[in-house]
Ligand binder design. Structure first.
Ligand SMILES: Cc1cc2nc3c(=O)[nH]c(=O)nc-3n(C[C@H](O)[C@H](O)[C@H](O)COP(=O)(O)O)c2cc1C
Length: 261
């Protein structure tokens, strides 16, 4: 762990100096970039220094800048297409039983790893339920809470179940929970990562929807079928699967409420 500057490659351009959030790099007296050893313990391991270095002169935690994947100068995505991508991502409420391949999930989880996390801590631990028996166990564990719920909406899920309608898991073949150690930013980190995950799934044609129902019961420790990692709390839950509905229009949304100052 640590930062090494390969001085024979360094262009002294100071890109690392401006990129580092912790001001760990500085221009030394002889025109050579130096590392401030006092500030080094503040390193977030975000890799920004390695990603901006045009000389590929930095090795962070043993990973040389030269080994990182290249970014094209232009991602080739039009702003309009991207806006439509964001706006058209719906919380899907009906899923087909078609399984989501492991590679598709792994690709999305890899993208979610690039979500912002406080202090670059990347604390999220995922729980992914895909085994049909485990999914069924989860549903069966949830039902009694809805049978005896006080509010009408919650009780309606149990009544739907009796009518043969799965309004709790919405037939989704896959359930994903984002967990993190209890920390002031644990929830924000999980929400950030789960949002990236849902968009990365959508990019691959896979739908998702927040599962407040699963999250609430997991948070109150009522579900044995969800293996929340030791010392962690669940902060986000998603139903995931191929959609069994087709949106033809963008639904209306209220205008954003903004105070520009
Ligand atoms: C924190 C949170 C919890 C939610 N919980 C559920 C849920 O338990 N079941 C469900 O069907 N949808 C759930 N949703 C999805 C919302 O109902 C959905 O966002 C809303 O209907 C609007 O749809 P849209 O996201 O496609 O615009 C949840 C959304 C959020 C943000």
């Amino acid at each position: 762990m640590g930062i090494e500057i390969l001085h024979d490659r360094c262009l002294s351009c100071e890109c690392c100096v401006s990129a580092c959030r912790r001001y760990i790099f500085r221009m030394g007296g002889k025109g050579k970039i130096e590392i401030d050893q006092n500030l080094l313990p503040l390193c977030m391991h975000c890799g920004h220094c390695t990603a901006v270095c045009p000389g590929e002169a930095i090795v962070l935690d043993g990973v040389p800048s030269a080994s990182l994947p290249e970014l094209p100068a232009n991602l080739g995505l039009s702003p309009d297409a991207l806006m439509l991508f964001l706006k058209s991502k719906r919380s899907v409420g009906a899923y087909s039983s078609r399984e989501v391949p492991r590679e598709v999930l792994e690709k999305a989880l890899d993208a979610a790893n690039y979500a912002p996390s406080a202090r670059g801590a990347h604390p999220v631990r995922w729980v992914v339920i895909t085994e049909p028996a485990n999914r069924e166990r989860l549903l069966q564990e949830m039902l009694p809470y809805y049978e005896h719920a006080e509010d009408v909406t919650s009780r309606s899920h149990y009544e739907n179940y009796l009518k043969g309608v799965d309004s709790l898991l919405r037939y989704a073949p896959c359930i994903v929970l984002a967990c993190a150690p209890e920390h002031v930013y644990g929830e924000a980190d999980c929400v950030s990562a789960a949002t990236y995950l849902s968009l990365a799934l959508y990019a691959q044609g896979v739908a998702s929807c927040w599962a407040g129902s699963i999250l609430a019961l997991t948070r109150q420790g009522s579900l044995k079928s969800v293996a929340v990692p030791e010392g962690c709390e669940a902060y986000a839950a998603l139903m995931v699967g191929y959609p069994d509905e087709n949106f033809l229009k963008l639904p209306h949304r209220p205008d954003p409420v903004v105070t520009f100052m």
